[in-house]
Ligand binder design. Structure first.
Ligand SMILES: Nc1ncnc2c1ncn2[C@@H]1O[C@H](COP(=O)(O)OP(=O)(O)OP(=O)(O)O)[C@@H](O)[C@H]1O
Ligand SMILES: O=C(O)CCCC[C@@H]1SC[C@@H]2NC(=O)N[C@@H]21
Length: 268
């Protein structure tokens, strides 16, 4: 559903799911062009003036028959990022102008055009429902995507960000939403048809769009450590493999990363 205004579409969907878990199905969504208190990764704020960006949250049920298992759920934000790159291409970007910046951003011409935040929810079902055969808990993942649509340089919070308009792509909020939803529906369907085996096509499709593969990167970890080396692969669990100069391979999982940059400081 498209909302007039909302504090955070991720919080909205999460709250609605927690209040009535049975009423939320995979690929249900909420969006707005006026998000007043958006959140980003690691508790950062996500900001955009009214009417300049699309805040969209898509819901996925997990761990139920026919639904994605929770051990594969980390791929959902990558799947949405992939669908967004396809969306941006359909809206007119040159092929390969839109790239995935692991683990959760989409870059357009090397600048951040969208950020993605996935949140996991698990709720206990009412006792009466469990007595009549319902599962004890219902779980789901909310993937929130903030896409900068018409922000100007002055409106963008950082110089490393951009908007579709600044890159020459004219599309309104409803159109971006509609095109994205059609891509995520078909991309999710492919993942589902593969039995949620991400190795069948998703990992390969993501690797093709990944901005950091083959680059020298600097990964900042929560303990302040830095891993500096060449980004050589995306492993079957979706972690990045960085090879340091001493020939050692380091596995960096999405939950661990504070910043991932190129060794020269630019976006990787
Ligand atoms: N509309 C927006 N577009 C881009 N970034 C935004 C926007 N609103 C808030 N931000 C925030 O601005 C900051 C961008 O900073 P920066 O690019 O340094 O970090 P990042 O996107 O987390 O990338 P990295 O993890 O590589 O540092 C992030 O905290 C991001 O969440
Ligand atoms: O780059 C990041 O740190 C992730 C930003 C995620 C922002 C989106 S906008 C829609 C959804 N609602 C939120 O409050 N956050 C996400």
């Amino acid at each position: 559903m498209m909302l007039e205004s909302c504090s955070s579409t991720n919080a909205f969907v999460g709250e609605q799911f927690r209040a009535d878990p049975a009423s939320w199905n995979t690929l249900d969504w909420a969006a707005t062009g006026d998000q007043t208190s958006g959140t980003g990764r690691l508790g950062r704020a996500w900001v955009a003036p009214t009417g300049t960006s699309l805040a969209l949250s898509v819901f996925f049920r997990v761990d139920e028959p026919g639904e994605i298992p929770s051990h594969e759920a980390a791929w959902l934000s990558v799947l949405c990022a992939l669908s967004l790159t396809r969306t941006i291409e359909e809206l007119g970007a040159a092929s390969d102008a839109a790239r995935l910046k692991w683990p959760n951003d989409v870059l357009l011409n090397g600048k951040k055009v969208a950020g993605i935040l996935a949140q996991f929810h698990s709720v206990l079902n009412p006792r009466e429902a469990v007595a009549s055969g319902e599962r004890e808990t219902s779980s789901g993942v909310v993937v929130g995507i903030g896409t900068n649509i018409s922000l100007t340089h002055e409106q963008l919070p950082v110089r490393t960000a951009t908007s579709l308009a600044l890159e020459g792509i004219e599309a309104d909020i409803d159109r971006v939403c509609e095109v994205f939803l059609s891509h995520i529906r078909s991309d999710f369907e492919k993942l589902k048809a593969s039995g949620y085996r991400t190795s069948v096509w998703l990992r390969g499709a993501v690797k093709e769009k990944l901005s950091s593969l083959g680059l020298d990167v600097c990964a900042e970890l929560p303990n302040g450590r830095h891993v500096i080396g060449e980004c050589v692969d995306l492993d079957p669990d979706g972690a990045l493999i960085v090879e340091t100069a001493d020939g050692q391979s380091h596995r960096i999982s999405a939950g661990d990363i504070v910043h991932l940059r190129r060794s020269d400081g630019a976006y990787a």
